[in-house]
Every structure is written in structure tokens, then in C-alpha cells.
Design a protein around this ligand. Structure first.
Ligand code: ZN
Length: 330
């Protein structure tokens, strides 16, 4: 307790500063979660595809986070990661047309982009991936698979489907990273299992992803309410803890609070993570089937040319040094 008080008193400013640095680097399933989700997705694929993807599983995992890095360069990137479903009424959100042109007619493009476009963007990426399969362009297939995985996973996160996305309207700031980064980092490797059947063909990918974002929208209230209820039972000193991370002392939700929250959510986070994995593998598989099931041969490890490697490095630089374009915590 004494050391905690010392940290509290003398280093508050430093800690708060570090906390904000930590938070601004946490987006959507966190980097940890996105990498895990893409990684496990590979193992749900049928043999014809697993032969192609498995030698590249490191690439697929690592580049799961490229879309979040791109948010530091491109302003249009932000809305592709979320959709504020509460702006369109209540579940099942009948007022929002699923067809882009119809939605534009009803709400205007500006307004749609303001509140997020993730289900439409998943559609765009799925079409691009299908085209890449038809062209048998292996590098494109890998890049698009990794990035499509990111957007699909984002659509499964309740706080990516609500305008109170970081609890900013209800004095719950930090809940975004808490749900999708802190808890998976605490529990995924030791307590959760990711043995999840097989990828399946999705007859209507657009309808499928709309279902997922609607579920996410419906779950957002629970995500926020349970945190509020639990906070009343935990004194602040037990709700947060100070831990070292990469040589820095940071304040974060304590393990006890995190586990209690996860229990009260009755496995919701694991369920959404597992469903993300199943969905991603099924989207990849569906794109391949729709492209006519082309035969793909496995690629060598170093498949990307100098220009592509420079592009990847540009993303890294922007993410490390830059300021996010658009709103944070998505
Ligand atoms: Zn994202």
C-alpha cells in the first residue's frame, strides 16, 4: 500500500501522461487481439487454403493491424472501423437501409461517414479479395485477407457500434481499451480456448456482417452498464492497479476488477472473439469459392518487393510518430 501511495502522490502526472500514451496506442481489439484473431482464423480453413495461408501465418497476424496504423495517415480510414448503431434507433435497427445507395439517399453520405461505415467497408474488401483470388494474385490475397480480418473483427466489438464508444458520455473513459485489450491480454493465452470448428460458406456476406454489427449495437448497453454497476462495488484503489509495461509504470484496470467484469459479462468477450475468428475464416473461404476455387501454391517467405516493403514501413512510421486522424479509440 505504501508504495502505491508513493506512486499516487509523487508520480501522478507522469503516470497520467503514460496512461494517455498507452491508451492512444490501443485500438479495436488492441493489437494483441487483432493479431490473435487473424492467427487463429487460418486454422479453420480447408486443406486447399491452409496450404497457402499457413506458411504466411506470421504475415497474416502482423498485418492484421495495418488498418489501425493507416488511421494515422488517411482521414477516410477512421469511419471504416465502426458504426454508431444507436444513431439509427434500436435493435434490429430497421431504419437503416443495407444498400449503400439507399442509405445515402436517406441520410446523406456525410452523415453516414460521420457515424461509421464498417459493414459497407467489409463488403468492399470482400469484393476486392474475391477479385484477387480470380487473378490468383497471391500477394494481394494475403494483404487483403489480413486487412479484411481487421474490419470483420471490429464489427464484432460492441463499443464499435455505439456513439458512447469510450464511455465518454457516462464518465467511463477507458472502457474501450478495457473491453477489447486489457481483458483479452489478461485471459486469452491462459484461460480461453480457440478451437473453433471449420470455416463455412456464407451465401450472403453482406447480410451476415449486418447481423454481426446489429448484435454489437444491441450488446453495447450491457458492456457499459455492467462496468458502471461493478464500479460501485469496487473502491478506486481496487479497481485500478499500477503495473510495469515495457519499462513504463501504467495505471490500468486491476486483474481482480477485470476478471469480475468478465464473469458478469458471462463470456461475452470470448464469444465475440471466437465468432470473429469463425467469421473471418468463413469470409476468406467464401471469397475463394466465389472466385471459382483457384489452385494457389504456397509462397516463399520473402514475397514482397521493395516498394511494398516501403509502404509497410511508412505505416509503421506514421503509427509510431503521428497523430490519429479522426476520432480515437476505434
Ligand atoms: Zn480498427
Amino acid at each position: 500500500m505504501r508504495s502505491l501511495r508513493t506512486i499516487n502522490g509523487r508520480k501522478c502526472l507522469l503516470v497520467c501522461l503514460l496512461l494517455s500514451v498507452f491508451h492512444s496506442n490501443c485500438h479495436s481489439w488492441g493489437f494483441f487481439g487483432h493479431r490473435k484473431i487473424n492467427y487463429y482464423s487460418v486454422f479453420l480453413l480447408p486443406p486447399e487454403l491452409i496450404r497457402f495461408y499457413k506458411p504466411q501465418v506470421d504475415f497474416i497476424s502482423e498485418h492484421a493491424v495495418d488498418p489501425d496504423k493507416r488511421r494515422y495517415i488517411v482521414a477516410e480510414e477512421g469511419p471504416r472501423h465502426f458504426m454508431d448503431m444507436d444513431k439509427y434507433g434500436h435493435y434490429p435497427y430497421d431504419s437503416i437501409p443495407h444498400k449503400w445507395e439507399d442509405a445515402v439517399k436517406r441520410y446523406t453520405e456525410d452523415s453516414l461517414k460521420k457515424y461509421g461505415i464498417v459493414p459497407w467497408w467489409v463488403d468492399v474488401m470482400q469484393k476486392r479479395l474475391t477479385a484477387a483470388y480470380k487473378e490468383k494474385d497471391s500477394r494481394k490475397i494475403l494483404k487483403l485477407s489480413a486487412e479484411l480480418g481487421h474490419y470483420i473483427a471490429d464489427a464484432h466489438v460492441p463499443l464499435h457500434a455505439n456513439s458512447n464508444h469510450n464511455g465518454q458520455y457516462t464518465n467511463q473513459k477507458g472502457i474501450h481499451a478495457f473491453w477489447e485489450s486489457r481483458i483479452p491480454e489478461l485471459l486469452a493465452d491462459n484461460e480461453w480456448d480457440f478451437f473453433i470448428g471449420k470455416a463455412e460458406y456464407i451465401p450472403d456476406p453482406s447480410a451476415y456482417i449486418w447481423k454481426r454489427i446489429e448484435e454489437s449495437g444491441a450488446a453495447a448497453d450491457t458492456v457499459l452498464r455492467i462496468e458502471r454497476e461493478l464500479s460501485r462495488q469496487f473502491p478506486a484503489a481496487q479497481k485500478f492497479s499500477f503495473e510495469e509495461r515495457n519499462g513504463l509504470i501504467i495505471r490500468q484496470y486491476s486483474a481482480a476488477f477485470s476478471k469480475a467484469y468478465d464473469e458478469k459479462l458471462k463470456g461475452m468477450i470470448l464469444r465475440r472473439m471466437r465468432l470473429s475468428i469463425y467469421s473471418i475464416a468463413s469470409f476468406w473461404y467464401t471469397a475463394w469459392v466465389n472466385a471459382g476455387q483457384p489452385a494457389l501454391s504456397p509462397l516463399d517467405a520473402n514475397i514482397f518487393n521493395a516498394q511494398e516493403l516501403t509502404e509497410f514501413e511508412k505505416l509503421n512510421q506514421a503509427w509510431r510518430n503521428g497523430k490519429i486522424q479522426g476520432r480515437e479509440e476505434d
